[in-house]
Design a binder for this molecule. Structure first.
Ligand SMILES: *[C@@H]1O[C@H](CO)[C@@H](O)[C@H](O)[C@H]1NC(C)=O
Ligand SMILES: *[C@@H]1O[C@H](CO)[C@@H](O)[C@H](O)[C@H]1NC(C)=O
Ligand SMILES: *[C@@H]1O[C@H](CO)[C@@H](O)[C@H](O)[C@H]1NC(C)=O
Ligand SMILES: *[C@@H]1O[C@H](CO)[C@@H](O)[C@H](O)[C@H]1NC(C)=O
Ligand SMILES: *[C@@H]1O[C@H](CO)[C@@H](O)[C@H](O)[C@H]1NC(C)=O
Ligand SMILES: *[C@@H]1O[C@H](CO)[C@@H](O)[C@H](O)[C@H]1NC(C)=O
Ligand SMILES: *[C@@H]1O[C@H](CO)[C@@H](O)[C@H](O)[C@H]1NC(C)=O
Ligand SMILES: *[C@@H]1O[C@H](CO)[C@@H](O)[C@H](O)[C@H]1NC(C)=O
Ligand SMILES: *[C@@H]1O[C@H](CO)[C@@H](O)[C@H](O)[C@H]1NC(C)=O
Ligand SMILES: *[C@@H]1O[C@H](CO)[C@@H](O)[C@H](O)[C@H]1NC(C)=O
Length: 817
């Protein structure tokens, strides 16, 4: 009995083991994500990635009975194949087997051990394994070497029709390997279909959807933020876009930030590229984006220079100032011939006009330079007669140049995500500036005459000037170039500044706001808009125009023109991308951009600009309001002196004058000027000295405070200088990276410039010499305005009103007499 019972139970045991063993096997195999030389998978078995997201195994698509090796999302209720190995050579039965063999190949074998599909490798390893990673990548590598650089092969390099986050889409320029997507033939057949999706590196890279060899849809070029044609591409918190374009690769990649989001990008057999996201609630895929999305996405629908606008019917139109090439066909809705310019180009003297809100045209026939500015881009384009248009390459950095060399095709309106492009046009298409170069005084006078009727003396004088000059209008002599200045049309400036929108406002100058603008030609400008009610301003305005128009120096800001129309008086300058010195210098974080070399360069630049004003220019000018906020910085941080509203010319021998009104800015005004209204070149030298000390220390003179004393910056600097501790003045953010001798020299020169007695201060020519050379300089005497209290005393002594409370505002004080 006992024995029987025993036998019974052991049989039970045996049977239960028979049932359980395969289950255990299955559990082991389900848990595995790796195969090696001894461990392979057969039809029916699968590999599962470690995190359980993906599964690799055999499947039959749709109604087909063929077997394929493929990869799908493990955990979704809808089987979604994202990769197929043997897409062209199906297995006809369920006896396929996947192995890893030496020297490192993943091979798919049929039941007669024929190789149906194989991966490839450029080198051999001893003990190869294949692993399914949790991002859906199948990699072949050496068993002990998991580093991504040493992979023998990866399925991410050989996708089928689906992009998964983490893949690099594009071209490896070293190996020539292109990663692209090729649709299935039908939903039952994963064999290569007609449609493919490429990142095409020809010209400037862009994404193309092709039907066989023909482009059917194009996503525009990458603009630093997104591809130019992608509508409503908003910042998406679930993934990050990476576009790389360097010597080794041109690739695009998306990285998932939120791992719980399941998404894919697929090219359908019917030629639609879709971005899809899994929605748990509906247990289905939701379409995030379809490409092409509408008829305007049809490649080249409207022909060259045609613009497709989905809001219009018909959608095709010519770009402004273009006409249909074949008007009859055009009317018949055959737009393929496109449009032509209504005025022929002449190459020389052509202009560029801005077209806004568009998807950039096909960039396969284009050229680019990553470092050029938009201005350089225009110059470059205008020199090359085959250049038809240009634009900014990188909207993210605001730099770079992309220009087109042939007809512009596949343009559509894209609002609000469109971009600006500048298209070459005949000069006769210009409806704005450039044509009416007139003698400055004449135009100034006539325009001012219009707006200031009844304003007595000033007007009368001008009117007389106007009458006298009227006959001379438009003709000018090339020998008198200084006095002519382009006159801008108000509508041009309004357009360029977006109707003086707040977004374009750069700041508030002495006599009104300053705006940034972009002319239709793409040139960036700064527009100083004189306050309407400022009669006092008009004087300064006129003053400034007359002065600057005659000044040309690399350290002076360049005046491009003016605009006087409909109660508006405006000055148009070249735009300085780095704004003014004070914005950077006195900002704790931004001041780090100014290393010592840059600061020394700025000091020297200002000195040369001032020397030019004082001595070398024909006019000999005292600036009278030199301060950090009047030093503008160009893209290379070169300083340019601006704001000549206060400037005064002085005669050949006369170097000092007395003024009716004291103007200037506290903190920069010399004592003799603030107190007695005496101004001379030496008052500018004083202001320059203050600037030098500010640049070295990174601190404002006005408002300076120190725990040890109540001296201002000048007093503080002089005290340190007397005690041989100059280096303590140096801006702490410079660390140790400066030249000792340059710093000491700069401080010394700065202190010499701010001495109390104007006669003791050096002239700008000596300043430029001293800055450039080692040498023994005279001892600096006590600076003027040693303490802040001196300034306040001077202020109460001279000012009869207290309108000058703001720190950096230029003030005007009537001289007490
Ligand atoms: C393959 O993997 C299995 C299970 O991990 C292991 O037992 C076997 O030794 C491996 N074979 C080789 C050749 O490394
Ligand atoms: C499979 O075949 C049936 C009947 O022929 C058809 O209705 C169905 O749409 C097919 N499914 C696929 C995925 O092709
Ligand atoms: C699988 O899906 C279910 C329901 O959709 C979810 O709750 C579970 O966390 C998922 N598991 C994995 C490993 O993603
Ligand atoms: C197995 O594959 C080889 C190579 O592709 C082929 O020649 C052979 O006919 C296949 N055998 C079967 C039974 O399909
Ligand atoms: C495999 O790679 C070698 C060299 O890396 C190359 O010559 C060969 O054409 C490749 N074969 C396939 C089928 O890709
Ligand atoms: C190109 O970019 C890739 C990815 O950022 C980088 O790995 C590679 O080193 C770069 N190549 C060069 C030549 O800079
Ligand atoms: C423009 O050029 C074309 C051919 O180059 C010529 O046929 C046409 O008459 C020209 N149009 C004008 C307005 O000059
Ligand atoms: C790009 O432009 C910059 C600035 O104009 C120039 O220095 C550089 O040589 C240009 N690069 C090429 C490849 O033309
Ligand atoms: C215009 O620029 C392109 C690209 O840089 C160049 O290939 C072509 O020779 C240039 N043409 C002329 C006339 O300079
Ligand atoms: C565009 O500019 C950004 C910011 O300066 C930079 O990170 C990116 O690499 C640039 N893109 C290209 C394609 O040059």
């Amino acid at each position: 009995m006992k024995t029987t019972f025993h036998m019974d139970s052991s049989w039970k045991c045996f049977f239960s083991l028979l049932i359980i063993f395969p289950l255990i096997l299955q559990l082991i195999s389900a848990a595995s994500d790796t195969i090696n030389a001894t461990r392979s998978i057969r039809d029916g078995e699968t590999l599962v990635s470690s995190g359980g997201r993906f599964e690799l195994g055999f499947f039959s698509p749709g109604n087909s009975s063929n077997r394929y090796l493929g990869l799908w999302f493990k955990n979704l209720t809808v089987t979604t194949i994202v990769w197929v190995a043997n897409r062209e050579v199906p297995l006809t039965n369920r006896r396929g087997i996947l192995r890893v063999v030496e020297p490192g190949l993943l091979v798919l074998l049929n039941d007669t051990d024929g190789v149906v599909w194989s991966s490839n490798t450029s080198r051999a390893v001893q003990n190869p394994v294949a692993q399914l990673l949790d991002d859906g990548n199948i990699v072949v590598r050496d068993v002990d070497d998991e580093s991504p650089e040493n992979l023998l092969w990866q399925s991410f390099d050989h996708p089928t029709d689906t992009y998964l986050p983490g893949m690099k889409f594009g071209r490896n320029l070293v190996t020539g390997l292109e990663t692209y997507y090729l649709s299935w033939r039908t939903s039952d057949d994963p064999a290569p279909g007609e449609f493919s999706f490429h990142l095409d590196p020809t010209g400037y890279p862009q994404i193309l959807l092709k039907k066989s060899a023909d482009v059917v849809y194009r996503i525009g070029p990458w603009n630093g933020i997104r591809f130019s044609g992608t509508p409503n591409a908003r910042e998406d918190p679930t993934y990050r876009l990476l576009f790389v374009m360097n010597e080794t690769e041109v690739t695009y990649r998306e990285d998932t930030i939120d791992r719980s989001v399941v998404s894919r990008f697929t090219v359908n057999p019917n030629g639609v590229a879709q971005r899809l996201t899994w929605v748990d609630r509906t247990q289905g895929w939701a379409t995030y984006m379809n490409m092409p999305a509408d008829i305007c996405d049809t490649y080249k629908l409207c022909g060259a220079y045609g613009r497709c606008n989905i809001a219009n019917s018909p959608s095709c139109g010519c770009l402004e100032r273009f006409v249909p090439k074949d008007p009859q066909a055009w009317v018949g809705a055959d737009w393929s011939n496109g449009c032509i310019r209504r005025a022929n180009l002449s190459c020389q003297g052509d202009i560029f006009l801005r077209y806004s809100g568009i998807k950039l045209p096909d960039s396969r026939n284009s050229w680019y330079n990553k470092s050029m500015t938009l201005d350089e881009c225009r110059t470059h384009c205008s020199r090359n007669c085959s250049c038809t248009a240009y634009t900014q390459l990188n909207m993210s950095s605001g730099s770079g140049c992309l220009f087109w060399l042939g007809d512009l095709v596949d343009i559509r309106s894209l609002s609000p995500d469109g971009q600006d492009i500048y298209i070459r046009m005949a000069s006769s298409e210009s409806d704005s500036k450039g044509k009416n170069r007139v003698v400055l005084i004449a135009s100034l006078a006539s325009a001012v005459g219009v707006i200031l009727i009844g304003l007595s003396l000033f007007l009368c004088i001008l009117k007389r000037t106007n009458n006298q000059k009227q006959k001379k209008e438009v003709q000018y002599s090339p020998h008198d170039k200084d006095s002519e200045l382009p006159l801008f049309n108000l509508s041009v400036i309004t357009k360029a500044t977006n109707n003086f929108s707040m977004n374009n406002k750069l700041g508030e100058g002495g006599f009104g706001p300053v705006y940034k603008g972009i002319l239709e030609e793409g040139q960036e400008i700064a527009v100083k808009r004189l306050s309407k009610d400022s009669m006092q301003g008009l004087d300064e305005f006129k003053n400034e125009v007359i002065f600057i128009a005659k000044l040309q120096h690399r350290n002076l800001v360049r005046l491009l023109g003016c605009c006087i129309q409909e109660e508006e008086t405006m000055l148009i300058y070249e735009y300085m991308p780095n704004k003014s010195l004070d914005v950077i210098l006195f900002d704790q974080t931004r001041s780090k951009l100014l290393d010592w070399q840059t600061r020394f360069n700025i000091i020297n630049g200002i000195a040369r600009g001032l020397l030019y004003l004082h001595q070398d220019s024909r006019l000999r000018i005292i600036h009278r309001d030199l301060k950090a906020s009047n030093i503008l910085l160009d893209s290379d941080m070169n300083p340019k002196i601006s704001d000549f509203g206060m400037a005064r010319s002085f005669g050949g021998n006369e170097t000092e004058a007395k003024t009716r009104r004291v103007v200037g800015t506290y903190g920069y005004m010399s004592p003799e000027y603030a107190v007695d209204g005496l101004f001379s070149v030496k008052s500018d030298v004083f202001s320059f000295g203050v600037l030098v000390l500010e640049i070295v220390s990174g601190r404002r003179n006005r408002g300076f405070s120190h725990s040890d004393h109540n001296l201002n910056l000048l007093g503080h600097a002089w005290t340190l200088y007397k005690e041989g501790r100059q280096l303590e003045l140096v801006d702490s953010c410079l660390g140790d990276s400066f030249y000792f001798s340059e710093v000491v020299r700069s401080i010394h020169v700065g202190l010499l410039c701010v001495q109390q007695n104007p006669e003791d201060r050096p002239t700008m020519s000596s300043v430029v010499l001293m800055l450039g050379n080692e040498g023994v300089f005279p001892e600096a005497k006590q600076p003027g305005f040693f303490t802040e209290r001196d300034v306040l005393a001077a202020q109460s002594a001279t000012s009869t009103h207290t309108a000058s409370s703001a720190n950096e505002v230029t003030i005007t004080m009537p001289e007490p007499r």
